[in-house]
Design a protein around this ligand. Structure first.
Ligand code: AP5
Length: 212
């Protein structure tokens, strides 16, 4: 299965892609997570990405497309199937992805638009906590870790993302509507779009995607 998850910040893309990875063996490629690893490793790409991410802006298309094209060249990704979380986020990135898939001789199965009212995403982001090591995602209200501040999966410390500050969240939501909403129309026009109500629990969203 080859899927794209599209949706505003905090809609639950990372949470659902983790379920798809654990249960169906799909390889998750999260552009945001890859950027955060580059920032942590203090690479040139990480330093560049940080300048945009800290303000809630998109990292430029050129470096983002190159970074994702490199991951998509991995034969394991082509063989096992994948979930793209957070990419493509602009129409230019969507066109580049079409070309990458065409060159590999593979098709996309579905572009999933995860949809929730804005007040829900803001509430979800205000409680998000993530693992510094394995990337597991928690929420202080809806999905707290068993021990405060410690990851259930790998016992590493948990952290709050810098870009989850309210003013940065506002900018990320604005960027979603300006840059990424047209990507939903793009996939609607190609016939691969599927809309999912993501306002319920993650299991319901997972079930809706896998049923389709
Ligand atoms: P990225 O990391 O992709 O952030 P995002 O798209 O803003 O999405 P989030 O990771 O914030 O949310 P999510 O939808 O994954 O929700 P989650 O599952 O964590 O990107 C970060 C930045 O990198 C961007 O702003 C940009 O600067 C840059 N970037 C990334 N990709 C780029 C690209 N392609 N081009 C250019 N720049 C790019 O869930 C959120 C919270 O809600 C958690 O606490 C979770 O436990 C909880 N939750 C999830 N689902 C549910 C549910 N159903 N019910 C209750 N709680 C839930």
């Amino acid at each position: 299965m080859r899927l794209i998850l599209i949706g505003p910040p905090g809609v639950g893309k990372g949470t659902v892609s983790a379920l798809l990875q654990q249960r169906l063996g799909l390889i998750t490629l999260s552009s945001g997570e890859i950027f955060r690893r580059e920032i942590e490793a203090e690479t040139d790409l990480g330093r560049l990405a940080q300048r945009y991410i800290q303000h809630g802006e998109l990292v430029p298309n050129g470096v983002t497309i190159e970074m994702m094209a490199k991951r998509l060249r991995d034969p394991a990704v082509v063989r096992h199937g994948f979930v793209l979380d957070g990419f493509p986020r602009t129409v230019k990135q969507a066109e580049a992805l079409d070309e990458i898939l065409f060159n590999h001789g593979i098709d996309l199965d579905k572009a999933v638009s995860m949809e929730v009212p804005e007040d829900i995403v803001v509430a979800r982001l205000s409680g998000r906590i993530g693992c510094t090591k394995c990337g597991a995602i928690y929420n202080s209200a809806s999905h707290p870790p068993k021990r405060e501040g410690i990851c259930d999966v790998c016992n590493s410390p948990l952290f709050v993302r810098d870009d989850d500050k309210p003013e940065t969240v506002r900018e990320r939501i604005r960027s979603f509507w300006t840059n990424t909403a047209p990507v939903i129309e793009y996939y609607e026009s190609t016939g691969s779009l599927m809309r999912v109500d993501a306002s319920k629990d993650p299991e319901s969203t997972y079930a809706a995607i896998t049923a389709a």
